[in-house]
Design a protein around this ligand. Sequence first.
Ligand code: SD4
Length: 328
Amino acid sequence: MQRRKFLKKSGLSTAGILSAPILASCKTEPKTKNIVTTNSTIKPIVIATWNVPNATAEAWKVLEKKGNALDAVEAGVKMEEADINNQSVGKGGRPDRDGNVTLDACIMDQNGNCGAVVYMQNVTHAISVARKVMEDTPHVMLAGLGAEKFAYDKGFPKENLLTEKSKAEWSEWKKESKYAPVINIENHDTIGMLAIDTNGDISGACTTSGMAYKMAGRIGDSPVIGSGLFVDNEIGGATATGQGEEIVKTVGSFLVVELMRQGWSPQKACEEAVNRIIKNDPNYKDIQVGYIAVNKKGETGGYCIHPGFSYRVYSEEGHENITSKSYL
Ligand code: SD4
C-alpha cells in the first residue's frame, strides 16, 4: 500500500452543518429513525479507527466483564498511547516543528459529559487526563501548561515523549522543513474509539499527537468535541482521523451523529460527512479524512477520501479489521 502521498494546504471555506437546503438535496435521505427504545437489541461492541487489534481487544476485555463503555474506550486507546511504535499517538508521537511532542485528546460519556486536553506535553496518557478534566473539574478543556500541571497534580508521571526514532525523523525533516502532511502515514494513526456496553450505553475517546511537524501551538480536530468525536447516547457516536483542519471546518463527528439522528445509517452518515469536505474543497485529492460511526443498534460504518483507511470492530460476532470504503 502506498502510504506516502503529500498533502497541500487547502482553502476550504467554512461549511454550514445541517442547513435545510443541504439536507433537502440529499437523495438518500432516509425515512426511518435509529433511536432504540427497548434494550432487546443491545449487543456490546467496540470500534476504532485503523487496524489496532491490541486496543480493541483491551476495550473488549472491559465490555465482556460487563464493564462500562467509558472504561472500555479509555483502556483501549491507552494501549496506543503507550505504544512507542505508534508515532501518531502518545509516547513516541512525532513532534511539532520545534521538536516538542504535544498531545490532544478528548473523551465523552453516555450522559453527554466530556473532557479534553490540548497541546499537552510530557504526559503519556492524555486520554486519562482528559477523563480527569471531565470528572474532577468544572471545565471541559485544559490546554498546554495548565493541562500538564493538572496532570501532575492528579499523579500522572512526567515523561519524555520524544523517542530516538521520532527525534531522528524530525532531524531529517528539518533539513528541508517542508510541512507536507502524509496520507495514511501508518496503518495506525490517531485513534478514535467508540463502544457500547451491556447496558446499551455509548462512550467515545479520541487521542493523537496531531499532524507531524505542525506549527507550535497547533490543535487539530481530535480533542475538539463535535469534530474529532461526538457521542449522543440516544443516537450513536462518531469519531475521525485525518487532516484535522478539514474535520473542524465541517464539525464532522457531530454532523455524522446528527445525520444518524435523522435516520441515516452509520455508513451513509460517514459518507455524507466526507462528501461535505469534498464538495467544498477542490484540493480534496490531497487530503485524507476518515470517519467511523456506530448507532444505538450497534450498526457500524466507515468512510474516507483515500483508500488505505481501515477500522477495527470487536463484538460477540468476532474481531475484524474492515477496509473502509473510500471516495477515491
Ligand atoms: C489531527 N486528526 O491532529 C489529527 C491527526 C490525524 O491522521 O488523525 N492524523 O489533525
